[in-house]
Design a protein around this ligand. Structure first.
Ligand code: BGP
Length: 486
């Protein structure tokens, strides 16, 4: 009978820009995320150059984990977490990104966070860069398209690898690095590639890029590949016990039909969405199909001599990914679009979607795990998964989120099946284990947590934490190592 491995890393995941707040405290500098306003599913977020006092920027306060982390980590401990995935905000360590000396208060903050985790037997899993970038670097150097950012990033890595040696053993170099290979919005979310003028995020979603703009985006991605590969080598040098992974927005893109044209469309969508970045980070080289894609899109990547060797030497130790949904591709232009998301595709008639339009597909997780493992044969980890839903607080304060439990149960079962299929799976950290700000819409209303946070879309609320029904369910799931899922 299939079981989860004894040392399976059960836990939860957050990101600094979506939960910490304290955006100007103790010397923290501004991040690109601090310049993005709140939106909703129907009104996109906006990027503004100056901070407009009339607008609401959800990262500035978020759920104020900067001041609540002890209480929050204690609750994670109560659920039995073995691992907690969080990100370090680069601008707490290097406020501008290019200083010689780090901000000691930022260093002390994360040290205390990690010590608190260990107090509860929780191993931290740190994302070094999760959808934020020093605003100063973005303005002065033009973001990741400038090669100098590799050195700034490595300087930041050296500092945190050294400071937190022995406290942190698991690292991810860039969150959802493949977002930059797929769409213009990835440039601002992940690459510090700011637009010339202020613009609503919908501008990026619908924007048709020029060959120069695509080349800039792929050059930025190439620079992140180099930075990631060098960080892997550096991390191993500083502590041989470090395990360093990539983090891919995992996407299963089915052909809508068995029409060979749909099959080809699905294959090429999978290539660019998943394997393009996975191949570089796991196999240490660009995939063969990149050549044709670059030629057809007139992409020129500014590579330097020696880059191929750097990529070859900096292969990751494990492949981690987020998984929320699957999508479907059709060559028939008449098919509907699923919407309300960073990603789009044709509606799959066999699946139901969340209120935000994300198509729920636990079998897709099993399928994806098998595909990735067959391709790379290195350990895998699901570092994001979950259901974004509006929760209702009853008059006695209870929150009955059976829909979330149902979603998670089916995905845990799917992982178990994949382990039975032979997949080597290290762990599972569902997204937003405590309610936090949504990345795509900037809302609080789109909640993922086992722990409810009293705060609304306009930033009002007491910030009080309370347990949802899913809290007790997940605690039981962890205690039984994934056996008791009722
Ligand atoms: C991933 C991001 C996370 C997170 C999650 C859920 O793409 O890595 O930062 O937010 O998606 O998305 P959303 O917050 O838009 O519901």
């Amino acid at each position: 009978m299939t079981e989860f491995p004894k040392n399976f890393l059960w836990g939860g995941a957050t990101a600094a820009n979506q939960c910490e707040g304290g955006w100007k405290e103790d010397g923290k500098g501004e991040s690109t995320a601090d310049h993005i306003t709140a939106g909703t599913v129907s009104s996109p977020r906006e990027y503004t150059d100056a901070i407009d006092p009339a607008k609401y920027y959800p990262s500035h306060e978020a759920i104020d984990m900067y001041h609540h982390y002890k209480e929050d980590i204690k609750l994670f401990g109560e659920m039995g977490f073995k691992v907690y995935r969080l990100s370090i905000n680069w601008t707490r360590i290097y406020p501008h990104g290019d200083e010689d000396e780090p901000n000691q208060k930022g260093i002390a903050f994360y040290r205390d966070v990690f010590n608190t985790c260990h107090q509860y037997g929780i191993e931290p899993l740190v994302t070094i860069s999760h959808y934020e970038f020093p605003y100063y670097l973005a303005k002065k150097y033009g973001g990741w398209s400038n090669r100098r950012c590799i050195d700034f990033y490595l300087n930041y890595c050296r500092t945190i690898f050294t400071e937190y040696k022995g406290l942190v053993h698991y690292w991810l170099t860039f969150n959802e690095i493949n977002i930059m290979a797929m769409m213009p919005i990835g440039g601002i979310m992940a690459g510090g590639l700011l637009p010339e003028k202020e613009a609503s995020m919908s501008f990026f979603a619908g924007h048709k890029e020029t060959p120069e703009e695509i080349s800039r985006r792929f050059t930025a991605l190439h620079n992140q590949f180099i930075a990631s590969a060098e960080a892997v080598v550096l991390g191993h040098e500083i502590d041989e016990h470090n395990q360093i992974g990539c983090m891919i927005a995992g996407q299963e893109i089915y052909p809508y039909s068995c029409n060979p044209k749909d099959m080809l469309a699905s294959q090429s969508a999978m290539d660019m969405a998943n394997w393009f970045c996975g191949d570089v980070q796991v196999r240490g080289a660009y995939p063969a199909f990149a050549k044709r894609y670059f030629a057809e899109h007139h992409v020129t990547v500014a590579k330097e001599p020696g880059d191929d060797e750097i990529l070859r030497n900096g292969k990751v130790d494990f492949y981690s990914f987020s998984y929320y949904m699957s999508s479907t591709v059709s060559t028939d232009p008449e098919k509907n679009k699923a919407s309300g998301n960073l990603l789009t595709g044709t509606k799959n008639p066999y699946l139901e979607a969340s209120d935000w339009g994300w198509q729920i597909d636990p079998d897709g997780l099993r399928y994806y795990l098998n595909e990735v493992y067959s391709r790379y044969q290195i350990p895998l980890m699901v570092v994001e998964n979950g259901l974004g839903a509006a929760d209702n607080v009853e008059s006695d304060g209870s929150i009955h989120d059976s829909y979330r439990i149902d979603y998670l149960r089916k995905h845990v079962q799917a992982m178990k099946e994949a382990i039975g299929d032979g997949v080597e799976l290290m762990g599972y950290t569902p997204w937003g284990c405590i309610d936090l700000v949504s990345a795509s819409t900037g809302e609080m209303k789109k909640r993922y947590g086992f722990i409810y946070v009293d705060k609304d879309n306009d930033g009002k609320g007491t910030m009080q934490r309370s347990k949802k029904d899913s809290f007790a369910w997940y605690k039981k799931c962890i205690a039984s190592n994934g056996e008791d899922l009722d």
